[in-house]
Design a protein around this ligand. Structure first.
Ligand code: FEO
Ligand code: CA
Ligand code: CA
Length: 642
């Protein structure tokens, strides 16, 4: 591939990439996705905030945030104000859960009611909707009085507290409306709902009913209670929400080496199930693999549910594979297959894509509900020189045969990691969100970090040994600007940016951004550890980070153009209170509100419920720090970032 003189941003970035890597580990030399120079950061006109680290959240002047929902706030009417000392599991089932992560804003059509998602999902109402929020995991040392540190809390939690924790995991649906006093929850809404580790769900797709999913409590292998590790997710154009199951292994205790079945022992090791994990299994026996060795196989999936039907039963979609799902995001085009992209958030794990067998028909809201249960899962191979290929995870094809321990397609999906590795997929630096820019139709892969990558393991797509900073790749499917073929089995790819300080002395840790790196960005324009991503209506990218405190400043949001002169040149928009990461950035359809989830505020050091490092967002001595969702708006009501 030759350099493109018309695209100096690529040329300059790749110089920096070359400098940052060992000989031979170069990124592709393709032009970026945006060949039309349609987008630019000129419309990102906000005044940047500085890098900081304190007990507050930070926004540009001219912006304000409503604290919309906090851990313990009522979701179901009638439970009253939050009193952490009086909290019971039964109450927690009716209150907003812990450690909010993914957010979906699902608009409400004023002319439709519950069960009429087909109408609601076509609405662009930006003043009233359902806020659908994941609750990833619990931290008893920050939730309850009496624990001296994180270790003693997770290893010695009481039965009463386990029950509260299990009710604080999962997901919440809360109707919200924009009033003259800002965004408010609607507490008497018929849609409001909690999904927890006690919620009955179905298992769908090729692995449903397989012997490896059968337990004493469920000999059918088709039903499971609850979901856990709910990190990011996705939305469908037929009005359902996807909830990822990421770090589920931490919910299980026991020693895989004591499991009689070597297949399950290997499987459980791969997901971090070990004797030192939290002690839920002491109080809820299905979380002890010595008692129920197949229960972990019922987690690690994507979950789909219908927020517009409060009585709907969630289902786990086995077609999308079993691993530590960050999320799955959809590309939906009429008369084309649905394509969904996702990442397995662990060191040396893979980027995945799913393609439905049938085409998406916007008029067939019922038929569309089969699209995620009938299709093919692929893993990505990123080749030197900027080309790539999607490798199908299909039983009987290539190495996915009984000779390699696969009995059927259920095995291929349950052990998707092993299947992808055998196919030759590229082990990545912890893939988090993988999401498509609706304007240029290219797909962006957040790679948060990978300290385990050795020098001999670097490659074009993962160019740093001991990658502490993370980076972002750009996948360019074949086709024209804005009209690409995401179902093609081949693609091109670029390095979009390398996280880190562009002035770092160590070339392996030096960041690379945009056209004139390092001068293209301000002193607070750099970041590390990209995790979640969203796109505004202009196609600008908004990256949420998880890990910047390692470099002396808060996690937060950075916004940037994806093409044009300011391609990949970030501006710092939002900063978290200390201890927190920011998750789930989500715009209303008109772009005038940006919701963010501030997760684990005041986490770290010796911070506990009894002695926290701060008490954001209430700053009330009677209340602990609380994970919370903020609704951010420009004071003049114009689109955020414009
Ligand atoms: Fe839960 Fe991948 O962050
Ligand atoms: Ca995440
Ligand atoms: Ca995270």
């Amino acid at each position: 591939m030759s350099e493109q003189p018309s695209n100096p941003s690529r040329r300059t970035l790749f110089k920096a990439v070359g400098a940052a890597t060992a000989a031979g580990a170069t990124a592709s030399l393709l032009p970026g996705c945006g060949s039309k120079n349609q987008g630019s950061a000129e419309n990102l006109s906000f005044t940047e905030i500085p890098h900081a680290l304190d007990g507050f959240h930070h926004l540009p002047s001219d912006y304000s945030a409503d604290v919309l929902l906090r851990w313990g706030d009522p979701v179901i009417d009638g439970v009253g104000d939050f009193d952490p000392a009086a909290l019971t599991a039964g109450e927690q089932e009716k209150r907003f859960g812990y450690n909010n992560d993914f957010i979906a804003f699902m608009p409400l059509d004023p002319g439709a009611g519950p069960g009429e998602g087909g109408h609601h999902c076509r609405s662009d109402n930006s003043g009233r909707g359902l806020l659908c929020v994941n609750h990833e995991y619990t931290q008893p040392h920050l939730m309850f009085s009496g624990y001296h540190d994180e270790h003693s809390a997770t290893r010695g939690v009481s039965a009463e507290h386990v029950a509260i924790e299990q009710a604080a995991c999962g997901h919440a649906v809360v109707e919200i409306e924009k009033t003259t006093d800002g965004w408010q929850p609607v507490l008497n809404s018929p849609y409001n709902r909690r999904i927890t580790l006690n919620t009955a769900m179905d298992i769908a797709g090729p692995a449903a009913g397989d012997t490896r999913l059968q337990t004493k409590a469920d000999p059918t292998g088709k039903q499971v209670f609850g979901t856990v590790g709910n990190c990011a997710g996705g939305k469908t154009p037929w009005g359902t929400v996807l909830v990822a199951e990421e770090g589920f292994g931490g919910a299980f205790q026991g020693d895989p080496d004591n499991i009689a079945d070597p297949v399950e022992a290997r499987n459980h090791h791969a997901f971090g199930i070990e004797p030192g994990n939290r002690n839920w299994g002491d109080h809820d026996r299905r979380f002890d693999i010595g008692v129920e060795p197949r229960e972990p196989n019922r987690f690690g999936w994507m979950v789909e549910y219908d927020p517009y039907d409060p009585d709907s039963r969630p289902r786990k979609l086995t077609n999308l594979g079993r691993f530590e799902h960050e999320g799955f995001t959809l590309v939906s085009k009429p008369d084309r297959p649905i394509v969904a992209y996702g990442g397995d958030d662990d060191e040396h794990q893979f980027v995945y894509r799913y393609v439905s067998r049938a085409a998406y028909d916007p008029a067939d809201n019922t038929g569309n509900r089969t699209l995620l249960t009938d299709g093919t899962l692929y893993a990505a191979r990123f080749d030197e020189g900027g080309s790539g290929r999607w490798l199908a995870l299909e039983f009987g094809e290539g190495p996915l045969t009984p000779e390699n321990g696969f009995r059927n397609q259920a095995d291929v999906l349950i052990d998707a990691r092993r299947a992808a590795a055998l196919l030759g997929a590229t082990p990545m630096d912890r893939p988090e969100d993988v999401e498509t820019n609706p304007v240029n139709d290219c797909t962006y892969v957040m790679l948060t970090k990978n300290k385990k990558r050795k020098k001999g393991e670097i490659d074009a797509a993962n160019p740093r040994a001991r990658n502490r900073m993370g980076h972002v790749l750009e996948i360019v499917p074949p086709g024209q600007y804005g009209q690409r073929d995401h179902s093609s089995d081949t693609f091109q790819w670029n390095t979009f940016l390398l996280g880190g300080n562009p002035n770092a002395e160590d070339p392996n840790e030096r960041g690379a951004y945009g056209q004139q790196s390092p001068t293209a960005i301000s002193a607070s324009g750099w970041f590390a550890n990209p995790d979640n991503v969203a796109f505004d209506n202009s196609g600008n990218m908004w990256i949420a980070t998880d890990g910047c405190e390692s470099f002396g400043f808060h996690d937060g949001l950075w916004a940037m153009a994806t093409e044009g002169d300011n391609r990949a040149a970030p501006k710092h928009f939002f900063g978290c209170p200390q201890g927190a990461e920011v998750c789930g950035p989500e715009f209303t359809p008109d772009g005038s509100t940006l919701f963010v989830a501030v997760q684990h505020p005041a986490d770290g050091g010796h911070s506990t419920f009894d002695n926290p490092m701060h008490r954001w967002p209430d700053n009330d001595p009677k209340l602990p720090p609380r994970p919370s969702v903020l609704a951010i708006r420009r004071n003049d009501g114009k689109p955020v970032g414009s």
